[in-house]
Write a protein that binds this ligand. Structure first.
Ligand SMILES: Cc1cc2nc3c(=O)[nH]c(=O)nc-3n(C[C@H](O)[C@H](O)[C@H](O)COP(=O)(O)O)c2cc1C
Length: 183
């Protein structure tokens, strides 16, 4: 039996970011029987679309793209933690998505936003892209500053733990349905 492996993505890279705290809280809610890994886009450090061919060709020449492709293929599902920047989602996340193509097709991808209004503008914009990439998109909660989270990234008591746990359950079910997890 192999445990489903789920990556929890930190979508921000600025020096004072709270993204790792949000992703750490999300990862801590994963159910028993899953393997969870933080996927920090700052550490991954992808250049902006540096390959010679279109991502849809699947013929990567950049070692960073090859490594990113192998990493994404190694997950049964992902959770994207998504900050809201000026009514959108971070450019680094868009680049990480655009850099690959076939890897996203059929991959269960959960979304957890954070921002003043729960990052609904960011996650709404992201939904269009995740659907275009043919992920199996599963919408999770949006954390609101002042209610669920402080601007410094401390998670408050009202934070929707059950909704995140439910999201993990849906991701595992979707991975089983896809056949990437057999037990
Ligand atoms: C460039 C920039 C734009 C922002 N725009 C928004 C916004 O449109 N809506 C919002 O709720 N918060 C906005 N914020 C506040 C962020 O949600 C908040 O700083 C959050 O901590 C960002 O995630 P990070 O710390 O992981 O970078 C913005 C922050 C930055 C740096």
């Amino acid at each position: 039996m192999s445990f489903p492996t789920i990556g929890v993505v930190v979508s921000t890279t600025r020096p004072a970011r709270i993204g790792p705290k949000v992703a750490g809280w999300v990862a801590g809610l994963a159910p028993y029987g899953t393997e969870v890994e933080i996927v920090d886009l700052a550490a991954i450090g992808l250049p902006f679309l540096a390959d010679g061919q279109m991502p849809s060709a699947g013929e990567y020449d950049q070692p960073s793209t090859i490594a990113w492709s192998e990493r994404v293929r190694g997950y049964d599902a992902l959770v994207l933690t998504v900050a809201e920047y000026n009514g959108g989602y971070p450019a680094v996340l868009k680049n990480a998505l655009d850099t690959l193509h076939a890897e996203w097709n059929g991959l269960p991808v959960g979304v957890v936003g954070y921002g003043w209004g729960g990052a609904t503008a960011a996650t709404g914009a992201l939904a269009t892209v995740l659907d275009r990439l043919q992920t199996v998109r599963l919408d999770g909660p949006g954390l609101r500053f002042g209610e669920d989270l402080t601007p410094e990234g401390e998670v408050l008591e009202a934070a929707p733990e059950d909704a995140v746990r439910g999201l993990f359950d849906q991701l595992v079910a979707a991975a089983r349905e896809r056949g990437s997890v057999t037990a």
